[in-house]
Design a protein around this ligand. Structure first.
Ligand SMILES: Nc1ncnc2c1ncn2[C@@H]1O[C@H](COP(=O)(O)OP(=O)(O)OP(=O)(O)O)[C@@H](O)[C@H]1O
Ligand SMILES: [Mg+2]
Length: 333
């Protein structure tokens, strides 16, 4: 009998599971709950599809907020469903897993993740900090005494870290991420056009036509919303340039987080970082022109890794094989 091993990236927006090198699962970290019975009736994509479209008796929630568990029971339930789905009908031996947590959360917050995954039915569970997992997943040369810098741009967190010798040398977590860009777009269309749009619509606009810096080729998108005064449906056309303007403030916060980490980095490591550049990981790294914005703001070249969205989960899966090397750099539980 063999034990299966999963790397799990438990994100604010997405939960991803990797086994070996294979991505087995990637779905929204969402759950639909029947309010009266506090019973989970759907999770993942199915729950997201219900978002904003269900009667009051059902509540669709994100059990994680800004990278940490906000609703313990729902999270544990979701992980239970997830493990059951991953193991299939022939589940015999509970799996070993490595599950990710943001850098710098409290020991209470990380213990909650550890407990939830054990309770959900694992035999052995390790925690790993997301920047370390991302660096392993992106195959950065972090095993040497030299500086490697990366940003993890998630939906609810922004993490900047410098790594060497399989450990984090300097890092910082800002508890806000891609969702803050979506909120900025919601505010922009309300202020400029008196039009109310939902957060999910704002995210679609960002992904489809958004950019971090002005683009030579402007895209446009027709969107529907609700007139702020009359409450009636109304449409407008919005352009890339407007989105760039809308999201400047939260982008500035991301750059500031990176800048503070760079400032705290020992000078010996800074020269390596200037040579190698700053790796961008996380779904948020896919924003057009973000590499150029960060390069400009920090004066250090930034580049997108090959697997931005899945690097963290892939690193967690590989991390299980590396426990003896990583052990002293993993959060204690
Ligand atoms: N093409 C794109 N352009 C801009 N943003 C994008 C794009 N694709 C995904 N995103 C954003 O990436 C974010 C999700 O990234 P990711 O899946 O890494 O988050 P997460 O791991 O669930 O969250 P966290 O790490 O903060 O807990 C969302 O805010 C999403 O809007
Ligand atoms: Mg993440």
């Amino acid at each position: 009998m063999f034990t299966r091993e999963f790397g799990i990236d438990l994100g604010t927006m997405f939960t991803r599971v990797v086994e070996g090198k294979r991505l087995l699962f990637a779905e929204p970290t969402m759950a639909a709950i029947v309010v009266d019975e506090q019973k989970m009736v759907a999770w993942g994509q199915e729950a997201l599809d219900m978002y904003g479209k269900v009667p009051e008796t059902i509540e669709v929630i994100r059990p994680l907020q800004n990278g940490v568990i906000a609703d313990y029971e729902v999270t544990e339930n979701m992980l239970k469903w997830l493990l059951r789905k991953m193991s299939g009908p022939f589940r015999i031996v509970p799996p070993r897993v490595m599950i990710t947590v943001p850098y710098g959360i409290t020991s209470v917050e990380s213990r909650a993740v550890h407990e939830a995954i054990l309770e959900a039915g694992t035999r052995e569970a390790y925690l790993i900090q997301q920047p370390l997992a991302a660096a392993i997943g992106a195959e950065m040369p972090i095993g040497t005494p030299s500086g490697n810098m990366l940003l993890c741009l998630g939906g609810g967190t922004t993490q900047a870290a410098v790594l060497a010798m399989y450990g984090i040398v300097v890092a910082e977590t800002m508890r806000s991420g891609g969702l803050a860009l979506d909120d900025a777009i919601v505010n922009y269309t309300r202020k400029k056009y008196g039009l109310i749009i939902g957060q999910l619509t704002a995210e679609q606009i960002k992904i489809k036509i958004g950019a971090a810096i002005p683009q030579e080729q402007e895209d446009a998108m027709d969107i529907q919303g609700q007139d702020q005064v009359t409450g009636l449906p109304r449409g407008i056309t919005i352009t890339t340039g407007e989105i760039v303007e809308a999201i400047q403030d939260p982008l500035k916060d991301i750059c500031e987080t990176a800048r503070r980490v760079l400032e705290k980095t020992p000078p010996e490591l800074v020269s390596d970082i200037i040579d190698r550049g700053i790796a961008l990981t996380g779904g948020g790294a896919l924003l057009r022109g973000l590499d150029r914005l960060i390069t400009k703001e920090l004066g250090v070249p930034a580049y997108l890794v090959d697997n931005p969205a899945t690097a963290v989960a892939e690193g967690a899966a590989r991390g299980i094989q590396m426990v003896p090397i990583l052990k002293r750099n993993l959060p204690q539980t």
